[in-house]
Design a protein around this ligand. Structure first.
Ligand SMILES: Cc1cc2nc3c(=O)[nH]c(=O)nc-3n(C[C@H](O)[C@H](O)[C@H](O)COP(=O)(O)OP(=O)(O)OC[C@H]3O[C@@H](n4cnc5c(N)ncnc54)[C@H](O)[C@@H]3O)c2cc1C
Length: 494
């Protein structure tokens, strides 16, 4: 993958995608595979926002059955199988235990009915996950000592799937789009819509590539136009902000943002993930790369999405919540290795309730709703359903373009499975050359997982940053400022 910065001002595209999270990446992949001319700009690094800061689950969403969202669960379970098929190197089955404590027959019967429905909705031709089963209290204790408690009734076991790296999975979708001719670049921000006679003809964008030399101060960024017959806003929690700026007034479609935090601690469980539903929400205890990922919270967020972060209070409250329902966890602040916060972009249903708000996606045609022909946005949804959302979006774009395209094949075409030579230093050169890594954070947080288990050792940072300095012509001052700039990832917010 090469940054397509030279192509943008010199070509005209069928679709310009604003945002390089999983939604934008899946649309770029689908549209390019169908033969459309695609441009995609991401103002930061690819998959550096919500698409990185989630529970890493490819799942049906058992809890949505409570709200009878059968269609969403069925869609998610079908997509779960598709991700496992097209990216088996990054998406694997994950067995879950759901313990029941002193709930009696009613609680067990209700959950059993939900899991039976979950199994039925996931049934299809092809690969099927094992169905759910009931474990006695002794068996549940034996499999997962963390569950031990005198009032343990037993536990249900069921399966979902987990991404080893959402960041790399999104990158592979982009790599596939790139291989099909899409023009893609990170560190390019869409600033304004190009509008003529009520028709959107692309965007004015700004190249915000960090300066090669000096400190982190950036050189005056260059701005230019990208011309496209249709423009899709896939800007996640920033979608309404970009649209309001571009339209000059708030869009008729509202977005709610819900903040969720995750905390990484040393391994508490090994093989099994745990999930527990309580009167005040649910939580996950997820084995991930030899550690345990605890997630997640769900609180309405009304601030600037750029400022989202994890506070000490967030961690303390979350640990108190888990310790109350799973006392053997004995979570304490000194166990924290890493944490992150993400914002769910949710379609505003007017209820103000983010926990029970649907995770359904929405495709908006701003020609119909805001009088801006050729402008669309895709909001809401889940990581799991992003491929299917992209299929719907590209069907609509092709119709708008009156284009005869090839059939959508993203459910069957394998992802490229980007591989890296070892050792690290060689890997760094590869991700700079082939994967558009431009900052130290890109390399340690998204091209590799070096920074995702807590601050990497200084020796690692020196090795990686020296290799980057060599390839990208960084001065020593720039190299040091790149290292210093990582500190914010490991600090809580006030
Ligand atoms: C706490 C939490 C847990 C979750 N867990 C799961 C889970 O386990 N499974 C699941 O299926 N889903 C999960 N989700 C949902 C899932 O993560 C999101 O649905 C998905 O990542 C949204 O992707 P996106 O591309 O729409 O948004 P984003 O990933 O936020 O991407 C939008 C991109 O647009 C860019 N952008 C913004 N403005 C501009 C501009 N002007 N110019 C250029 N680029 C711009 C941003 O920089 C950003 O990278 C979770 C979400 C959260 C918050």
């Amino acid at each position: 993958m090469r940054r397509a910065i030279d192509r943008f001002p010199n070509e005209s595209f069928d679709v310009l995608i604003v945002g390089g999270g999983i939604t934008g990446a899946c649309v770029a992949r689908d549209a390019a595979r169908r033969g459309l001319k695609v441009a995609l700009v991401e103002r930061g690094d690819f998959a550096s926002a919500t698409s990185a800061h989630n529970s890493k689950l490819i799942h049906g969403g058992l809890r949505y059955l409570r709200n009878f969202e059968l269609g969403l669960v069925r869609e998610s379970l079908r997509e779960r199988r598709i991700w496992q098929r097209i990216a088996p190197h990054l998406v694997s089955p994950l067995p879950f235990l759901v313990p029941l404590y002193g709930g009696g027959f009613k609680a067990r019967a209700t959950l059993s009915a939900g899991l039976t429905l979950y199994d039925l909705l996931s049934f299809d031709r092809g690969r099927v996950m094992p169905g759910h089963s009931w474990l006695s209290a002794d068996e549940a204790r034996r499999r997962e000592p963390l569950l031990d408690s005198p009032d343990l009734d037993g536990a249900f076991c069921y399966h979902d799937a987990q991404m080893a790296s959402p960041e790399r999975l999104a990158l592979e979708c982009l790599a596939d789009a790139d291989a099909q001719g899409a023009a893609i670049a990170n560190y390019v921000a869409a600033e304004r819509l190009l509008v003529r006679d009520g028709k959107v003809e692309g965007c004015t964008v700004r190249d915000t590539t960090p300066a090669a030399s000096g400190g982190m101060a950036r050189e005056p960024a260059s701005s230019f136009d990208i011309r496209a017959k249709t423009t899709l806003v896939a800007a996640g929690p920033w979608a309404d902000i970009f649209l309001a700026q571009a339209l000059g007034h708030p869009s008729s479609h509202k977005l709610m943002r819900s903040k969720g935090i995750h905390v990484l601690v040393p391994a508490m469980t090994h093989k099994f993930a745990l999930t527990m539903a309580t009167a005040h929400g649910h939580f996950f205890v997820l084995p991930w790369r030899g550690h345990t990922l605890l997630g997640t919270t769900d609180t309405a967020f009304t601030g600037n999405p750029d400022d989202v972060g994890v506070s000490e209070t967030d961690i303390a409250d979350f640990f108190a919540f888990i310790n109350k329902h799973l006392p053997n966890a004995r979570l304490a602040r000194d166990k924290v290795e890493f944490f992150y916060a993400g914002l769910r972009p949710l379609v505003d249903d007017g209820s103000g309730d983010t926990y029970d708000a649907s995770r359904k996606s929405e495709l908006i045609d701003h020609g119909k709703d805001d009088g801006l022909d050729g402008l669309f946005s895709a909001i809401g949804g889940k990581w799991t359903t992003s491929r299917h959302l992209a299929e719907t979006v590209v069907d609509r774009l092709a119709e708008k373009l009156d284009a005869t395209t090839q059939a959508c094949d993203t459910a069957t075409a394998m992802l490229p499975g980007l591989r890296h030579p070892e050792p690290l230093e060689a890997r760094v050169h590869t991700v700079i050359r082939d994967e558009m890594a431009l900052t130290l954070e890109d390399v340690v947080m998204r091209r590799t997982e070096l920074g995702q288990f807590g601050p990497p050792p200084q020796a690692t940072l020196d090795t990686v940053s020296r290799a980057m300095a060599q390839d990208l012509g960084w001065s020593e001052e720039r190299r040091q400022s790149e290292i210093a700039a990582l500190a914010h990832l490991y600090e809580t917010r006030p």
